[in-house]
Design a protein around this ligand. Sequence first.
Ligand SMILES: Cc1cc2nc3c(=O)[nH]c(=O)nc-3n(C[C@H](O)[C@H](O)[C@H](O)COP(=O)(O)OP(=O)(O)OC[C@H]3O[C@@H](n4cnc5c(N)ncnc54)[C@H](O)[C@@H]3O)c2cc1C
Length: 483
Amino acid sequence: MAGIDKIDKLDSLRLEDMDVEVLKQRLLSAIGDKNRVLFEEEVDDRYKSDVLGRRKGTVWALVRTVSAMEVSKVLRFAWENNISVTPRGAGTNLVGSTVPLKGGIVLDVSEMNHILELDKETFTATVEPGVTLQDFQEYVEGKGFFYPPDPGEKTATIGGNISTNAGGMRAVKYGVTRDYVMGLEVVLADGRVMTVGSKNIKDSSGLALKHLLIGSEGTLGVITKCILKIMPKPEASISVLVPFADLHTGMEAVWHIINENTNPTAIEFVERKIIKLGEEFLGLQFPYPQAAAYIILTFDGHPSEIEADVKRIGQLARKKGALDFLLLEDKETAADVWKIRGVLVKAVEAVSEQEPVDIVVPINKTAAFISFVHELEKKSGMQMVSFGHAGDGNVHLCVVRGERSQKEWERELKENMEQVYGKAYELGGLTSGEHGIGISKQHYFLKETNSINIQIMNAIKNALDSKHILNDGKVYIFQKAIQ
Ligand SMILES: Cc1cc2nc3c(=O)[nH]c(=O)nc-3n(C[C@H](O)[C@H](O)[C@H](O)COP(=O)(O)OP(=O)(O)OC[C@H]3O[C@@H](n4cnc5c(N)ncnc54)[C@H](O)[C@@H]3O)c2cc1C
C-alpha cells in the first residue's frame, strides 16, 4: 500500500485523561432524555459487534437518537471532543462494520423509524433511516406500490441498506438499492446537515454527492432522511425451479436465459449439498432431490407476458440440459423453496462457524469462478459452500470452520481467501457485491484495489471528516494494522 499515509487521528484520544463526568453530562444534556443515553457497562454486548458477533469493540456511550437534530448534536459533541462515532441501524451487517473499533459513541438510529410521506404523483416515498425493509415493503405494497430492492435480511433498516448499497435477488431485473435512492438528508461528522439529490428523475447538476454517500458504510455521514423511488406493483409473479445434473450446466444455461430477453426478476443458483442443510434446519422438503444443482427463477409483470416468457424459458432450459422445469404454482411449495433458499446462511451456521463471502464477478465468469472454488475446496480440505445470484455474478460462499482450532482456522482461512479473492480479481471481479467491506474484507479489498483509488477514497474522507470521527479504520480507511 505504498503511497498511502497512515491515518489514525483518534489514537491521540484518551478519554481517561479528560473529565469523563463532564463529558457525560454534556452528552446527556444534548439529548435531554436519559433513557436514550447509556454508558459503558450499561450498554448491551450486541452494540459492540455485528450480527455475527465474532469481533467486539468497546463502547463508551450508546445514544439512541430520534431526530436529525439530535444526530447533529451528538456529532457536534463528538467532533469537539475528538470522540469516535459508530453509526448503527439494525446491526445485521456481516462484515464487522458496526464494531466500535475505537470505542467512543455508538449512534443508533433504529428508533428514527417513521414513514414520512408517500408521494403518488412523483412515485417517491420519504422515510426516516430506521424504518425496516420489511415495514417499508409491506407499507408500499399495501398502497399498491412496489419497492424493488430485496436483500435477504428484512429486519435491516433502510439507512443500513443505503449505507451498504444492499443488493438482493431482484437486482438482475431491477438493480440495487442505489438505483432507488432519489435523495438523502445527511449529518456530517462535524454536525452540519446536508441534503443531496431530490425528487427529480434527472440530475446533471454538479458532482453526484448522493452516490458518494450510498455504500459508504457510515464513514462519510449519518443518513437521517431518505427519499426513495417506488413503482407500480407488478400484477403477478411466479417462480420456477430448474434442476440440473451439475452446477456448471446450470450456470451455462443462465446466459442463454438472460439472452432470451424475458427479463426474469431473480435468477438464483444453489447446490444440492447446501439445500440439504436448509431442509434439515427447517424440517422442510425441496422438490427434485435427485438433482446436483438448481436454478430458481422468478418472473413478474402482466400475467399474459409472464405466461409467454415462462413457456419460452421452459423450452430453452430443457435444450440447455435442464433435467426438468417445475412451475411453482402451488403456493405452499413455492413458499418452502424460498424459505429454504432464504435460510441457507443460518443453516450452515447451525452446523459450524463460517466466513461469509460475497464476491461478485462478471456474469460470464461465474461458472469459472465456482469451478476454481471447487478445485480449491478439494486441494485445501476446507469446505466452501456456494450459492447466490446467478443473474448478476454475486457468489455467496460459506467457508466452513469445522473442527479447526482458532489458530488453524485463522491461518487456513487467510491462505485460502487470498487465493479466492485473487482469482476473483483476475476474472475482473470485486471484493463485495452487496455486503460491503467493513473490517472483515478490508485486508483483501486494500490488497486488490489500485492504490490510487484508495488514495482518492481517503482524500474524500479527509474532506468530509478530517478528524476521522466516523467509523474510522474501516472499509478503505488505511490504518496501521493493515500493511
Ligand atoms: C441472514 C442475512 C441475510 C442477508 N442478506 C443480504 C442480502 O441478500 N443482500 C445484502 O445486501 N445484504 C444482506 N445481508 C446483510 C445486511 O442485512 C445488510 O448489509 C444491511 O444493509 C444492513 O442494514 P442494517 O440496518 O442492519 O445496518 P447495520 O448493520 O446497522 O450497519 C451497516 C453499515 O451501515 C452503517 N449505517 C447504518 N445506518 C446508517 C445511517 N443511518 N447512516 C450512516 N451509516 C449507517 C453502519 O455504520 C455500518 O457501516 C444479510 C444479513 C443477514 C444476517
